[in-house]
Design a protein around this ligand. Structure first.
Ligand code: XIL
Length: 346
């Protein structure tokens, strides 16, 4: 049934999206979010918002949801034991409030971007448990009333569906995952709690493990509101799998956040400039994703967030040390075909 729905959607897309008029270039005078009935988000850094005029302008005009790309992570918020550094995070939150943007809290518990002291902490299980609890609750209470939803745990599962042997699991045991959600709910009961991970749209084994975990939590009466599918895509992704993934989570009633969307088109690093044909393929793929997303029940559409304002800021360039062009705006803050396609379909 799901498979046929996916096939029908693909057929629909083939007909609907093969328009004759070119979609690109297009104006970005009207913001994306003004055309959408679900939030459209972007990952941002407060420094860029302060010092980069075009970056700030695009953020303000195009998006109504902001995810702190780094500044809410433990390495930034708690650089020394018990020493919380709020300044930049607060400035981002103030920006969001001033411009009526939602902030999505990312992220409380992860195996990366931990301060060195946390990574090397030598306390026993109970001490590590209270450290986790203290971090989660201090951060959530600090932003109470301002940040209403959180990625409580990020990337806890491996590709084979087993639990990643992160420092949290090593020190506290498997139960850390559930405990993190319990502590988060205890800190701010009205907050919406998300689990966030990658490859859920392409790896059915991992997806099942995550769904089983979410369902087990819910059966115990614990709060878990939604799932973040990071969606770091490339042009070779299986579209039917994406449709199936969205349906799998929606069928269980979880809110769905496409939380870190980007579409790499230069995995081998051979293009010094993005070829026009690949930019068009990127636009088509994004179009397909958006149409699938729009089929979801409205109440489950938490939003779609792009992982960066423009290609110049993409984490892929820093992570892989190669040029790629995965976002809606190019290096000069000009819109790309993917932007125009998105605009057509919202
Ligand atoms: C990345 C940031 O974009 C980079 O700037 C940083 O150096 C490393 O982290 N999955 C996540 C995000 O959940 O937090 C990561 O963000 C990208 C992968």
């Amino acid at each position: 049934m799901e498979k046929w729905l996916g096939v029908a959607l693909l057929g629909f897309m083939t007909i609907c999206c093969q328009k004759n008029e070119p979609i690109w270039p297009c104006s970005d005078e009207t913001g994306l979010y003004t055309l959408s009935d679900f939030p459209i988000g972007v990952a941002v850094e407060p420094n860029n918002l302060s010092f980069n005029f075009l970056y700030k302008k695009i953020t303000q005009e195009q998006y109504n949801s902001l995810t702190p790309e780094n500044i809410f992570k433990p390495a930034y918020l708690q650089p020394e034991p018990g020493l919380f550094y709020w300044e930049e995070a607060d400035s981002l939150v103030a920006f969001a409030i001033r411009h009526q943007k939602r902030i999505h809290g990312h992220t409380l518990v992860w195996h990366q971007q931990l301060p060195i002291w946390m990574d090397t902490y030598s306390g026993d299980a109970a001490a590590f448990d209270s450290l986790m609890k203290w971090h989660i609750q201090t951060v959530m209470r600090h932003f109470k009333g301002k940040v209403l939803a959180w990625d409580v745990v990020n990337e806890a599962f491996e590709d084979d569906g087993s639990l990643r042997n992160s420092i949290w699991r090593q020190k506290i045991g498997d139960s850390y995952l559930e405990k993190a959600f319990v502590y988060a709910h205890e800190a701010v009961p009205e907050a919406e709690l998300f689990y966030n991970d990658y490859s859920l749209e392409s790896n059915a084994t991992k997806r099942k493990a995550v769904l089983d975990f979410l369902n087990a939590m819910r059966q115990k009466g614990l709060t878990i509101n939604g799932i973040g599918l990071q969606m770091h895509l490339n042009l070779y992704v299986d579209r039917l799998q994406i449709a199936t993934a969205l349906q799998d989570f929606a069928a269980q009633g979880y809110k769905i956040h496409l939380s870190e969307v980007d579409i790499a088109l230069n995995p081998l690093g051979q293009y010094a400039q993005p070829p026009a044909s690949l930019l068009q393929e990127q636009a088509n793929l994004l179009g397909a994703v958006v149409l699938y997303y729009k089929q979801l029940p409205k109440k489950l559409q938490y939003g779609i967030t792009f992982w960066g304002v423009g290609d110049a800021h993409s984490w892929i360039r820093f992570k892989d040390g190669r040029d790629d062009y995965p976002l809606l705006y190019d290096d000069n803050y000009q819109t790309k075909p993917a932007y125009c396609q998105l605009k057509e379909l919202l």
